[in-house]
Structure formats: structure tokens, C-alpha cells
Design a protein around this ligand. Structure first.
Ligand SMILES: [Mn+2]
Length: 291
């Protein structure tokens, strides 16, 4: 058995996914590929991503976008059987994806688990996260696909907040997650967030673990993370700057002009900052983060 490569939120960015697999020199019959979910929607090529998932026999955990489409499809089936009157509303972007999906794509999505344990790495893969102090069996699947932060009493919130759930999680297992997009991966003692906002013009990131390797301590965590830049911004809005700042805030950037990776530098605080052309237009907004 070779390495394990865990990939962040792809959102239809098939070109970047291929570039990332090239970058890590992925070996199809030896390495194992795992996705944190949100493979589809917002980006240009959902079907190409799903084809690649099948070709590589990858494991996919379910993201909130997959969950939403599956929920819609269940409702459509119920309506066809006369058990329900109306399907739930589906936004335009998701309707386009739903229309483009083939039977084999639906079958793939239908089989996705909410979590996937990588026993040899003592690591659990989940789309959004877990509530600290609650056993795995007692976690709410809906929230595992949507949690971002913890409230004052440690309760799960699907919006941003001062305390990202990962900061409070104590493993084992280590948890690798996506959903909360930020330009930098989010490194916590027992959790690593690898949604670096590819579809918003950021990066596509993977954690690459050697056989039997556990995610290294915080100081060396980035040694096992590999990123490729997005070719362009495919979807509006933007990602937060720095692993901490993104949880409750995001930076809006214009749809046109250079992506964030085109003009940035490392600040003396260790965050990556937007500089140059993007910065004057950058506005911080409170509220829901991207995911
Ligand atoms: Mn998500």
C-alpha cells in the first residue's frame, strides 16, 4: 500500500485536480485517494471530477452540496411515487448540476459516507467537522457536513464565529476536513482544514501521508500539505485571509482581475495577505463563510 492523499473541496475544478495529482505524483494502483466532499457545483466541470473519482477508485465523504442534491433527488422520487406534492426548491447552479449528472454519478453520490476513518493514519475524514466532547456515534450527520464554529456553550454552529471547532477538538483521531474556505490551510493540534478555496480563485490542497504516517505536529503539519493554485476565480465572493480570520469573515474580491495567489505575500504574522491590485477592493464582511 502506498500513500494516502486527502483532497480538499474540488467544486468542479477538474483541471486543478489533475494538476494536484501530477504535483504529488499520484500512483493510481498504489496510492489511495480520499476526498473531503463538495466535489461538485460552482466550478466548471463536475462530470470530469466525478469521472476522475471513478477512475482512481477514490473514497468520497459527503459534503453539504452532495447532501443537498441527494435530498432534492429523494424528494423528486417521492413526488414521482405520488408521496409528495412538490420538490424542494433547488437553486439555479444546483439545478444545472442535477441536470448534468448521469445515473452512475448519482450512484456514486448515494454511496458516500459522512465520515471515513483512515485507521493506519489514526485520522478521520469528514466534510465540515465534529463537535468536541461528543462521541462519534452521537454526532449529528447534518452538522458534520456544516459545522464551522462553536458557540459560548460549546454548541455547534454552521456559521462563522470566534472559535473554530477544530481549535477545541482533541483526538485521536486527527480530523481532516474541508468546507470552511480560507487561503491557508487551517492547522490545529488535532485537526487540519484543507479547503483553500480553489473555486474562489485560491488553491486546491491535499494532505499526503506516507504509509502508516500520522499527521505531524502543528510545527511540521505544512510539510505534508501540497497545493496548486486555481487557474482563475470560477465563483464570486472570496475566501478569508489567514486560517483564523476566515471563520467569521470573508474578503470579497472582484470576479475579474488577478486571483489572490497572483499578488500576495507572507505577513510577519505568518498569514498570507492580499497585496497590490486585489487589496483596495477587498472588503471584510461578517457572516457566513464560504463552503
Ligand atoms: Mn461545504
Amino acid at each position: 500500500m502506498g500513500r494516502t492523499v486527502v483532497v480538499g473541496d474540488v467544486h468542479g475544478c477538474s483541471a486543478e485536480l489533475r494538476a494536484l495529482l501530477d504535483r504529488v505524483a499520484f500512483v493510481p494502483d498504489d496510492d489511495r485517494l480520499v476526498f473531503v466532499g463538495d466535489l461538485l457545483a460552482r466550478g466548471p466541470d463536475t462530470r470530469g471530477v466525478l469521472d476522475l473519482v471513478r477512475q482512481t477508485h477514490a473514497v468520497v465523504v459527503r459534503g453539504n452540496h452532495e447532501d443537498r442534491l441527494l435530498e432534492w433527488r429523494r424528494a423528486m422520487t417521492a413526488r414521482a411515487l405520488g408521496e409528495a406534492a412538490l420538490p424542494p426548491p433547488l437553486g439555479r447552479l444546483h439545478a444545472e448540476v442535477a441536470h448534468a449528472l448521469r445515473e452512475e454519478d448519482w450512484a456514486l453520490l448515494d454511496e458516500t459516507p459522512v465520515t471515513h476513518l483512515l485507521e493506519a493514519h489514526r485520522t478521520l475524514v469528514v466534510h465540515a467537522g465534529l463537535v468536541p466532547g461528543v462521541s462519534l456515534e452521537a454526532q449529528d450527520p447534518w452538522m458534520m457536513m456544516r459545522i464551522r464554529s462553536l458557540g459560548d456553550r460549546g454548541e455547534a454552529r454552521d456559521t462563522g464565529g470566534a472559535t473554530p471547532w477544530g481549535a477545541r477538538w482533541v483526538g485521536p483521531p486527527h480530523v481532516v476536513f474541508g468546507h470552511a474556505a480560507a487561503l491557508e490551510s487551517q492547522v490545529h493540534p488535532w485537526a487540519t482544514g484543507i479547503d483553500t478555496g480553489c473555486v474562489y480563485g485560491g488553491y486546491l490542497t491535499a494532505m499526503v501521508l506516507q504509509e502508516g504516517e500520522e499527521p505531524p505536529p502543528v510545527a511540521h503539519r505544512r510539510d505534508v500539505l501540497v497545493s496548486v493554485p486555481a487557474r482563475r476565480r470560477y465563483f464570486g465572493g472570496g475566501v478569508g485571509v489567514g486560517g483564523r480570520a476566515m471563520i467569521g469573515e470573508q474578503v470579497r474580491m472582484p470576479m475579474h482581475g488577478p486571483g489572490p495567489h497572483a499578488a500576495r505575500r507572507r505577513s510577519r504574522y505568518g498569514h498570507e495577505e492580499l497585496v497590490g491590485a486585489s487589496q483596495p477592493q477587498a472588503r471584510r464582511t461578517a457572516g457566513r463563510g464560504r463552503g
